[in-house]
Design a protein around this ligand. Structure first.
Ligand code: 77R
Ligand code: MG
Length: 214
């Protein structure tokens, strides 16, 4: 059997990026996925919006739901202050194995913890496992029908505090209509849509930024 798309992406990073240089890892993946083989990374255009929101929030504790190959983990971790951390949740062990190698290649392994398993099971264990009180920033990029239940779970587990920023990928394509309804009609959130494009394509997509009001 041949290689997988994530394995080919890792090879492209090892071939074209410089070890310990996160920006070169990001550029190598974006080049590969734009010119060789599409893949579901947040990508360079939506990535710039992610960067700007991150710089504004400057989180101490960040959570990512949906690691895939670690592209957005690298984008997030490269912008974190010293002693700040990213926890990223991946359901698929094969994805997690590649992500671990790509994050390590970028030299960001000390800032990122990858946890494997269903977010529904892992979220309620976060406080005890990582000794954390709450997250300042959450990037939602996993199964689109899990955005609402996992947001409710984060609320119920007391993992959101006043001012926590949720940023959701793909709210247009593939789409997360229930999530948009949930955060936009909810007095506990202040929401805003950032129009952009589906990674490496001309199709519309965008990010929804929602501030938890406590
Ligand atoms: O499905 C996506 N992501 C979830 C992957 C599995 C998550 C597993 N997991 C991790 C933790 N808990 C569960 C996704 C899809 C697309 C897309 C867009 C157009 C198209 F034609 C095909 C696909 C674009 C994205 O940007 C995406 O993020
Ligand atoms: Mg996505």
């Amino acid at each position: 059997t041949g290689s997988s798309r994530p394995q080919r992406m890792l090879k492209a990073v090892q071939k074209n990026a410089t070890k310990g240089d996160p920006q070169s890892v990001i550029s190598a993946i974006d080049y590969y996925c734009r010119h060789k083989e599409w893949a579901m990374n947040v990508g360079d255009e939506k990535g710039l919006i992610l960067d700007s929101v991150l710089t504004e929030v400057n989180p101490s504790m960040a959570l990512e739901l949906g690691t895939y190959c670690g592209y957005s983990s690298v984008r997030i971790a490269r912008l974190l202050s010293p002693n700040s951390k990213l926890i990223t949740v991946e359901f698929n062990p094969a994805f997690a194995a590649i992500a671990r190698q790509i994050i390590a290649y970028a030299g960001l392994q000390d800032k990122v913890t990858i946890v494997e398993g269903p977010s529904a099971d892992l979220i309620p264990k976060m406080k005890e496992r990582f000794g954390l009180k709450s997250f300042d920033f959450v990037f939602l990029d996993h199964w689109k029908d899990r955005y609402v239940p996992d947001t409710k779970l984060l609320e119920e587990c007391g993992l959101l505090k006043k001012g926590t920023v949720l940023l959701a990928d793909n709210v247009i394509c593939p789409g997360a209509p229930e999530y948009l309804k949930y955060v936009r009609n909810n007095p506990r959130y202040e929401s805003r849509y950032y129009k952009s494009y589906l990674e490496y394509t001309k199709a519309e997509d965008g990010l929804e930024k929602s501030v938890f009001l406590g």
